[in-house]
Design a protein around this ligand. Sequence first.
Ligand code: PEP
Length: 250
Amino acid sequence: MRTKLVAGNWKLNGSLDSIRGLIGGIKAGMDSVSQAGVAVCPPAIFIPEVAALVEGSRIAIGSQNICEQDSGAYTGEISGSMLNEFGCSYAIVGHSERRSLYGESDDMVAARFAAARRNGLKPILCVGELLEEREGGITEQVVGRQLDAVINLEGIDAFADAVIAYEPVWAIGTGKTASPEQAQEVHRFIRGKMSALNATIAENLVIQYGGSVNGSNAKELFGMPDIDGGLIGGAALQAEGFLAICQAAD
Ligand code: PEP
Protein backbone atom coordinates (compact mmCIF):
# COMPACT_ATOMS: atom_id res chain seq x y z
CA MET A 1 0.00 0.00 0.00
CA ARG A 2 1.57 3.28 -1.12
CA THR A 3 1.17 6.54 0.78
CA LYS A 4 0.77 9.54 -1.47
CA LEU A 5 3.35 12.31 -1.17
CA VAL A 6 2.90 15.98 -2.03
CA ALA A 7 6.11 18.01 -2.18
CA GLY A 8 6.32 21.74 -2.81
CA ASN A 9 9.27 22.92 -4.88
CA TRP A 10 9.66 26.60 -4.03
CA LYS A 11 12.41 27.09 -6.64
CA LEU A 12 14.09 30.52 -6.39
CA ASN A 13 11.29 32.22 -4.46
CA GLY A 14 10.68 33.57 -0.98
CA SER A 15 12.09 35.77 1.73
CA LEU A 16 12.47 35.15 5.45
CA ASP A 17 9.23 36.98 5.96
CA SER A 18 7.27 35.17 3.27
CA ILE A 19 8.46 31.67 4.22
CA ARG A 20 7.46 32.27 7.85
CA GLY A 21 3.97 33.15 6.64
CA LEU A 22 3.86 30.21 4.23
CA ILE A 23 4.94 27.58 6.75
CA GLY A 24 2.64 29.11 9.38
CA GLY A 25 -0.28 28.79 6.96
CA ILE A 26 0.54 25.20 5.99
CA LYS A 27 0.98 24.17 9.62
CA ALA A 28 -2.33 25.74 10.54
CA GLY A 29 -4.11 23.61 7.94
CA MET A 30 -2.27 20.32 8.49
CA ASP A 31 -5.10 18.93 10.63
CA SER A 32 -7.04 18.54 7.40
CA VAL A 33 -4.36 16.25 5.93
CA SER A 34 -4.27 12.97 7.80
CA GLN A 35 -2.76 10.41 5.41
CA ALA A 36 -0.67 11.98 2.67
CA GLY A 37 2.99 12.80 3.22
CA VAL A 38 3.79 16.51 2.91
CA ALA A 39 7.19 18.02 2.15
CA VAL A 40 8.55 21.43 1.20
CA CYS A 41 11.74 22.09 -0.76
CA PRO A 42 12.93 25.64 -0.02
CA PRO A 43 15.92 27.45 -1.50
CA ALA A 44 18.91 25.97 0.35
CA ILE A 45 19.67 29.09 2.36
CA PHE A 46 16.24 28.91 4.02
CA ILE A 47 16.49 25.24 5.02
CA PRO A 48 17.67 25.89 8.63
CA GLU A 49 14.89 28.44 9.15
CA VAL A 50 12.28 26.08 7.67
CA ALA A 51 13.60 23.23 9.82
CA ALA A 52 12.99 25.33 12.93
CA LEU A 53 9.56 26.37 11.70
CA VAL A 54 8.29 22.85 10.92
CA GLU A 55 9.56 21.31 14.15
CA GLY A 56 6.84 19.28 15.84
CA SER A 57 4.77 19.06 12.65
CA ARG A 58 4.78 16.26 10.10
CA ILE A 59 6.02 18.51 7.30
CA ALA A 60 9.25 17.08 5.88
CA ILE A 61 11.98 19.07 4.16
CA GLY A 62 13.69 18.38 0.86
CA SER A 63 16.51 20.12 -0.98
CA GLN A 64 16.11 21.26 -4.58
CA ASN A 65 19.41 19.68 -5.55
CA ILE A 66 22.47 17.97 -4.03
CA CYS A 67 26.13 17.72 -5.02
CA GLU A 68 27.28 14.37 -6.33
CA GLN A 69 30.46 14.81 -4.23
CA ASP A 70 30.58 14.58 -0.44
CA SER A 71 33.23 17.29 0.14
CA GLY A 72 36.09 19.12 -1.52
CA ALA A 73 36.73 21.84 -4.08
CA TYR A 74 33.22 22.19 -5.51
CA THR A 75 32.42 25.88 -5.10
CA GLY A 76 28.75 26.69 -4.79
CA GLU A 77 27.63 23.13 -4.12
CA ILE A 78 25.92 21.62 -1.07
CA SER A 79 26.59 18.06 0.06
CA GLY A 80 24.21 15.39 1.27
CA SER A 81 25.68 15.34 4.77
CA MET A 82 25.15 19.12 5.07
CA LEU A 83 21.54 18.77 3.97
CA ASN A 84 21.03 15.90 6.36
CA GLU A 85 22.52 17.87 9.23
CA PHE A 86 20.01 20.67 8.68
CA GLY A 87 16.94 18.48 8.68
CA CYS A 88 16.39 17.43 5.05
CA SER A 89 14.96 14.02 4.41
CA TYR A 90 14.41 14.34 0.64
CA ALA A 91 16.56 15.66 -2.22
CA ILE A 92 15.14 16.53 -5.62
CA VAL A 93 17.49 15.38 -8.37
CA GLY A 94 17.26 15.93 -12.11
CA HIS A 95 14.59 18.62 -12.11
CA SER A 96 14.09 19.69 -15.72
CA GLU A 97 15.33 23.21 -14.89
CA ARG A 98 18.60 21.70 -13.66
CA ARG A 99 18.84 19.53 -16.74
CA SER A 100 18.05 22.30 -19.25
CA LEU A 101 19.44 25.48 -17.63
CA TYR A 102 22.48 24.01 -15.86
CA GLY A 103 23.36 21.18 -18.21
CA GLU A 104 22.90 18.29 -15.79
CA SER A 105 23.24 15.11 -17.84
CA ASP A 106 21.53 11.79 -17.10
CA ASP A 107 24.82 10.51 -15.66
CA MET A 108 25.24 13.54 -13.41
CA VAL A 109 21.67 13.17 -12.17
CA ALA A 110 22.35 9.51 -11.44
CA ALA A 111 25.47 10.47 -9.45
CA ARG A 112 23.40 12.99 -7.47
CA PHE A 113 20.77 10.33 -6.82
CA ALA A 114 23.54 8.11 -5.45
CA ALA A 115 24.87 10.95 -3.25
CA ALA A 116 21.43 11.43 -1.73
CA ARG A 117 21.08 7.76 -0.82
CA ARG A 118 24.62 7.55 0.54
CA ASN A 119 23.78 10.39 2.91
CA GLY A 120 20.46 9.07 4.16
CA LEU A 121 18.25 11.26 1.98
CA LYS A 122 15.42 9.99 -0.19
CA PRO A 123 15.95 11.15 -3.76
CA ILE A 124 12.99 12.52 -5.69
CA LEU A 125 14.14 11.66 -9.22
CA CYS A 126 12.52 13.90 -11.84
CA VAL A 127 12.03 12.52 -15.33
CA GLY A 128 10.02 13.80 -18.26
CA GLU A 129 9.98 14.61 -21.93
CA LEU A 130 10.10 17.88 -23.88
CA LEU A 131 7.14 18.90 -26.03
CA GLU A 132 8.94 17.96 -29.24
CA GLU A 133 9.80 14.57 -27.80
CA ARG A 134 6.15 13.93 -26.95
CA GLU A 135 5.11 15.09 -30.38
CA GLY A 136 7.78 12.88 -31.91
CA GLY A 137 6.32 9.87 -30.11
CA ILE A 138 9.45 9.18 -28.02
CA THR A 139 8.17 9.95 -24.51
CA GLU A 140 8.77 6.40 -23.24
CA GLN A 141 12.18 6.27 -24.86
CA VAL A 142 13.23 9.51 -23.12
CA VAL A 143 11.82 8.59 -19.72
CA GLY A 144 13.25 5.08 -20.05
CA ARG A 145 16.71 6.49 -20.81
CA GLN A 146 16.56 8.85 -17.80
CA LEU A 147 15.59 5.94 -15.54
CA ASP A 148 18.20 3.60 -16.99
CA ALA A 149 21.00 6.02 -16.10
CA VAL A 150 20.06 5.62 -12.43
CA ILE A 151 19.25 1.91 -12.58
CA ASN A 152 22.60 1.20 -14.26
CA LEU A 153 24.52 3.09 -11.57
CA GLU A 154 22.56 2.23 -8.44
CA GLY A 155 20.55 -0.88 -9.29
CA ILE A 156 16.83 -1.44 -8.96
CA ASP A 157 17.07 -2.01 -5.19
CA ALA A 158 17.95 1.67 -4.75
CA PHE A 159 14.36 2.51 -5.64
CA ALA A 160 13.15 0.91 -2.41
CA ASP A 161 14.19 4.20 -0.87
CA ALA A 162 13.40 6.71 -3.57
CA VAL A 163 10.57 8.62 -5.20
CA ILE A 164 10.11 9.27 -8.91
CA ALA A 165 8.42 12.44 -10.17
CA TYR A 166 7.12 12.27 -13.72
CA GLU A 167 7.15 15.86 -14.95
CA PRO A 168 6.45 16.43 -18.63
CA VAL A 169 8.61 19.49 -19.34
CA TRP A 170 5.88 21.11 -21.44
CA ALA A 171 3.59 21.11 -18.40
CA ILE A 172 5.99 22.71 -15.91
CA GLY A 173 5.10 26.28 -15.07
CA THR A 174 3.05 26.62 -18.25
CA GLY A 175 -0.48 26.15 -16.92
CA LYS A 176 -0.81 23.19 -19.35
CA THR A 177 -1.41 20.08 -17.27
CA ALA A 178 -1.15 16.62 -18.76
CA SER A 179 -4.60 15.05 -18.75
CA PRO A 180 -5.04 12.39 -16.07
CA GLU A 181 -5.05 9.77 -18.85
CA GLN A 182 -1.85 11.13 -20.46
CA ALA A 183 -0.10 11.18 -17.09
CA GLN A 184 -1.39 7.74 -16.09
CA GLU A 185 -0.08 6.26 -19.34
CA VAL A 186 3.49 7.34 -18.52
CA HIS A 187 3.17 6.43 -14.84
CA ARG A 188 2.02 2.94 -15.87
CA PHE A 189 5.01 2.70 -18.21
CA ILE A 190 7.39 3.68 -15.38
CA ARG A 191 5.90 1.21 -12.91
CA GLY A 192 5.88 -1.51 -15.55
CA LYS A 193 9.54 -0.90 -16.37
CA MET A 194 10.50 -1.09 -12.71
CA SER A 195 8.25 -4.11 -12.18
CA ALA A 196 10.09 -6.08 -14.84
CA LEU A 197 13.17 -5.73 -12.60
CA ASN A 198 11.57 -6.07 -9.17
CA ALA A 199 7.79 -6.35 -8.77
CA THR A 200 7.76 -5.59 -5.03
CA ILE A 201 9.85 -2.46 -5.37
CA ALA A 202 7.67 -1.28 -8.27
CA GLU A 203 4.47 -1.88 -6.33
CA ASN A 204 5.71 0.17 -3.36
CA LEU A 205 7.35 2.92 -5.42
CA VAL A 206 5.81 6.39 -5.04
CA ILE A 207 5.53 8.01 -8.49
CA GLN A 208 4.48 11.64 -8.28
CA TYR A 209 3.11 13.71 -11.11
CA GLY A 210 4.34 17.27 -11.61
CA GLY A 211 3.34 19.99 -14.04
CA SER A 212 0.87 22.78 -13.31
CA VAL A 213 -0.95 20.86 -10.59
CA ASN A 214 -3.40 23.03 -8.64
CA GLY A 215 -6.28 22.70 -6.24
CA SER A 216 -8.75 22.18 -9.08
CA ASN A 217 -7.02 19.44 -11.06
CA ALA A 218 -5.19 17.54 -8.28
CA LYS A 219 -8.00 15.22 -7.24
CA GLU A 220 -8.55 13.82 -10.71
CA LEU A 221 -4.83 13.36 -11.33
CA PHE A 222 -4.22 11.73 -7.96
CA GLY A 223 -7.21 9.46 -8.53
CA MET A 224 -5.37 7.60 -11.30
CA PRO A 225 -4.08 4.17 -10.25
CA ASP A 226 -0.36 4.86 -10.71
CA ILE A 227 -0.22 8.51 -9.61
CA ASP A 228 0.89 8.80 -6.00
CA GLY A 229 0.74 12.52 -5.30
CA GLY A 230 2.58 15.42 -6.84
CA LEU A 231 5.64 17.61 -7.07
CA ILE A 232 4.23 21.11 -7.03
CA GLY A 233 5.87 24.33 -8.20
CA GLY A 234 3.85 27.53 -8.50
CA ALA A 235 0.88 26.33 -6.47
CA ALA A 236 3.16 25.47 -3.53
CA LEU A 237 3.87 29.14 -2.85
CA GLN A 238 0.52 29.83 -1.21
CA ALA A 239 -0.58 27.90 1.85
CA GLU A 240 -4.23 27.63 0.91
CA GLY A 241 -3.57 26.34 -2.61
CA PHE A 242 -0.88 23.94 -1.42
CA LEU A 243 -3.14 22.58 1.33
CA ALA A 244 -5.94 22.02 -1.18
CA ILE A 245 -3.53 19.83 -3.19
CA CYS A 246 -2.44 17.97 -0.04
CA GLN A 247 -6.10 17.37 0.83
CA ALA A 248 -6.70 16.00 -2.67
CA ALA A 249 -3.97 13.43 -2.01
CA ASP A 250 -5.44 12.42 1.33
C1 PEP B 1 7.99 21.86 -10.77
O1 PEP B 1 8.74 22.82 -10.78
O2 PEP B 1 8.42 20.76 -10.44
C2 PEP B 1 6.62 22.06 -11.19
C3 PEP B 1 5.87 21.00 -11.36
O3 PEP B 1 6.19 23.36 -11.38
P1 PEP B 1 4.69 23.85 -11.64
O4 PEP B 1 3.81 23.14 -10.65
O5 PEP B 1 4.73 25.32 -11.44
O6 PEP B 1 4.35 23.44 -13.04
